[in-house]
Design a protein around this ligand. Structure first.
Ligand SMILES: Nc1ncnc2c1ncn2[C@@H]1O[C@H](COP(=O)(O)OP(=O)(O)O)[C@@H](O)[C@H]1O
Ligand SMILES: Cc1cn([C@H]2C[C@H](O)[C@@H](COP(=O)(O)OP(=O)(O)O)O2)c(=O)[nH]c1=O
Length: 219
């Protein structure tokens, strides 16, 4: 029986686990834009959808984010950043994702675990499996599906010039961009969840993306 059908048929207090969809990709790849479109499309199809930004999607997460930015200026070690991002994610999961009274069918995380691998553990693949194990054990929420937004360096530069961020985190030259992209490519091959790669979707492919997501929800 499908997960969604379970929800609609059963109005008891028992909450079935939500489907966890994560949006990943380098800065400016279009994650947030696409996440909002997916949320709107699924809401239109009568699903209850929560959209959460990692790391800033919870009050304590925003405090941790400010600390991360401060430490970044002090050239903190990537592993220090790694623990802080995990801490922010823990707040996001327990306070926002699992909190609240309303039933949730789908949680969309705008960035999640793969970002930590790509940005903090870029050159340290020996830690990747460990990170996944930590996630599996400390959180009941692991991704069921990942949408990876692709972007090339030229488009990245054009978009970043058009929209300079006040709290820009990663000073991204081409070398860093390639390293993060490489880490993402490797991380997305880990046996964690299915990955859908997208690149500047047209209306037609957006509709088929939503169909694919909906069919995943029902299995
Ligand atoms: N498919 C697209 N085609 C063209 N521009 C896009 C597309 N998706 C997003 N953008 C633009 O690129 C910039 C970054 O998008 P955003 O969704 O904020 O990316 P991210 O969340 O990955 O940083 C924004 O200015 C947005 O309007
Ligand atoms: C979740 C996460 C984000 N980050 C970085 C990636 C982004 O540069 C920054 C989030 O900043 P943000 O401005 O929200 O970027 P975006 O809109 O692209 O998500 O934090 C990590 O380095 N590790 C992580 O685990």
């Amino acid at each position: 029986m499908s997960f969604i059908k379970d929800h609609t048929k059963n109005n008891s207090n028992v909450r079935a686990k939500p489907f966890v969809l994560v949006m990943e990709g380098i800065d400016y790849s279009g994650k947030t834009t696409l996440a909002h479109r997916i949320q709107a499309a699924l809401t239109k199809r009568a699903y209850q959808v929560k959209l959460l930004h990692d790391p800033k999607g919870s009050p304590n997460g925003r405090i941790i984010w400010d600390t991360i930015l401060t430490l970044k200026k002090q050239a903190a070690h990537p592993i220090t950043e790694f623990f802080l991002f995990l801490a922010a994610r823990n707040e996001l999961i327990y306070k926002e994702a699992l909190g609240g009274e309303k039933k949730t069918d789908v949680i969309i995380f705008d960035r999640f675990i793969f970002s930590t691998i790509a940005y903090q553990l870029t050159h340290q693949p020996q830690y990747w499996e460990l990170l996944l194990s930590i996630h599996r054990s400390f959180s009941s929420l692991v991704p069921h599906s990942c949408i990876y937004c692709e972007i090339d360096f030229n488009t990245f530069q054009l978009r970043s010039q058009a929209r300079s961020k006040k709290d820009s985190f990663d000073q991204m030259n081409k070398e860093r961009f390639n390293a993060i992209q490489w880490a993402y490519d490797q991380a997305l091959r880990l046996p964690f969840c299915p990955v859908i790669r997208v690149n500047c979707l047209h209306e037609e492919s957006f509709a088929s993306l939503i169909d694919t997501i909906e069919s995943s929800l029902q299995h």
